[in-house]
Design a protein around this ligand. Structure first.
Ligand SMILES: NC(=O)c1ccc[n+]([C@@H]2O[C@H](COP(=O)([O-])OP(=O)(O)OC[C@H]3O[C@@H](n4cnc5c(N)ncnc54)[C@H](OP(=O)(O)O)[C@@H]3O)[C@@H](O)[C@H]2O)c1
Length: 228
């Protein structure tokens, strides 16, 4: 049995991705900062028939992220799919002229060091399996910078570049690297922004290795004040 590790797994997109990949036969490792929250989510998904466990890690703390991914692989099985989708902190969502170098430290740890740490941890096992996916999820500022949210715009640019470099470098090894861009808010019941619709995009990326980036919707003509 192979495993999907969802880095940044809450009751929105994270739970929908767990249900989608779980229904396709994956065991599911749920990773977020709160052991209590991922344990409760794992229990709820288990009651729906999924094999799932929760692991606590802060993506800004590389040791905790490595330990969580290692434990997930040991307990559930080799990680075939990695999704990186923690919800960015509000501090990253400041206008550009109010954003200092210090303000960017957290955003860069979150969106660049975190992904690089997670990818290095799972890649060796993925190369052994030879059929894998690494899937990144970002808001609209991951595709076009938004002056209202400088932290995510700057750090997501690095994450997007890293994702594209991985896609181009790993495609010959049959390791798929893709990115889902979600302009606007995730909204239950919405035709394009419901978590289950977004989870289907990630399944599409997993099963279509030629694709790199998919958009949940068109980028807006003008940014809203908090569009990340
Ligand atoms: N929500 C939106 O409206 C929206 C819009 C556009 C794009 N997105 C993208 O969608 C993804 C999130 O989806 P969602 O909002 O539905 O979230 P979700 O899956 O409901 O939850 C994401 C989880 O990330 C965890 N998290 C936050 N900071 C973390 C950290 N430092 N280390 C580890 N885990 C952390 C939080 O749990 P803990 O507090 O327990 O750590 C949270 O429950 C992200 O990639 C985001 O960029 C979201």
């Amino acid at each position: 049995m192979t495993t999907i590790a969802i880095v940044g797994a809450g009751r929105g997109l994270g739970a929908a991705v767990a249900r989608k990949f779980g229904s396709e036969g994956f065991d599911v490792a749920l990773i977020s900062r709160s052991q209590e929250r991922v344990d409760q989510l794992a229990a709820d998904l288990h009651a729906e028939g999924l094999t799932t466990r929760g692991y606590a890690a802060n993506v800004r703390d590389p040791k905790s992220l490595i330990a969580a991914l290692d434990a997930a692989a040991q307990e559930l099985g080799p990680i075939e799919v990695l999704t990186y989708s923690p919800l960015p902190q509000k501090e990253f969502l400041r206008p550009v002229l109010e954003t200092t170098a210090d303000d960017l430290v957290g955003a860069v740890e979150f969106s660049i060091y975190g992904p690089v740490t997670a990818v290095h941890q799972v890649l060796q096992g993925q190369r052994f399996l030879g059929r894998e996916s690494i899937l990144f999820v970002n808001g609209g500022s991951g595709a076009r910078p938004n002056p209202n949210v400088a932290g995510t715009s700057i750090a997501f640019a690095g994450e997007s570049a890293y994702a594209k470099l991985l896609h181009d470098t790993l495609k010959d090894e049959h390791i798929q690297v893709g990115q889902l861009i979600i302009p606007g808010a995730i909204t239950p019941g919405h035709p394009t922004h419901d978590p289950t619709v977004l989870a289907d995009h990630l399944w599409h990326l997993h099963t279509h290795p030629d694709a790199f980036r998919v958009y949940a919707d068109e980028l807006p003509g003008a940014w809203g004040p908090t569009d990340a």
